[in-house]
Design a protein around this ligand. Structure first.
Ligand code: ADP
Ligand code: MG
Length: 169
């Protein structure tokens, strides 16, 4: 349908918050300017922690903190890597409101990570990477299981399966 290409999801077991940083940094190595990452998962799942790891991988200087109250934060990359646009879409009703933030040009030159972005994915058009973070049923278990799945031509033929074999320890 309309050229949407589905790539098999990659499942990654992420044991700790630091491992989520390592995972985000490894994912960032696969990302380029214009890419959109939609991070989903419950409150406290680790979406912001993932964004911090992606920021680390892009060489972002300074803290990547939740953009809940400002909706979006921009961070410059370093070493020739793209910057990071970090969006919290929880209070955005639609992709139109995201576009109203006037981020389009910035997004072309950066990796955009959108927390709570799953609901606006269809409106964004183009390609995106879904990163779905699941907590354990057991509240004492910090392990997260992450599903990474590319949608659209950008991700056709991109093999993300090495992400499931990261050495976290
Ligand atoms: P969200 O943005 O999804 O609401 P945050 O990233 O802000 O979630 O919070 C996740 C919390 O869970 C952080 O305090 C983080 O340190 C903690 N944490 C513990 N284990 C993990 C893990 N395996 N992956 C990600 N975060 C973890
Ligand atoms: Mg968050």
């Amino acid at each position: 349908d309309g050229g949407w290409v589905r790539v098999l999801p990659t499942r990654v077991v992420v044991p700790t918050a630091e491992a989520m940083h390592v995972f985000g940094a490894a994912l960032a190595a696969q990302l380029r300017a214009g890419d959109i990452v939609l991070a989903s998962g419950d409150l406290g799942a680790g979406k912001t922690t993932l964004a911090q790891g992606i920021g680390r991988g892009l060489g972002v200087d300074g803290p990547v903190i939740s953009p809940t109250f400002v909706l979006a934060r921009r961070h410059a990359g370093s070493g020739g890597r793209p910057g990071l646009v970090h969006v919290d879409a929880y209070r955005l009703g639609s992709a139109a409101e995201l576009i109203d933030l006037d981020l389009d040009e910035t997004m072309d030159q950066a990796v955009t990570v959108i927390e709570w972005g799953a609901g606006i994915a269809e409106d964004l058009g183009g390609s995106h990477l879904d990163v779905d973070i699941r907590r354990s049923e057991d509240p004492t278990d910090e392990t997260r299981v992450v599903y990474v799945e590319g949608f659209g031509p950008r991700w056709q033929g991109v093999d993300l399966s090495p992400l499931s074999e990261l050495p976290f320890d």
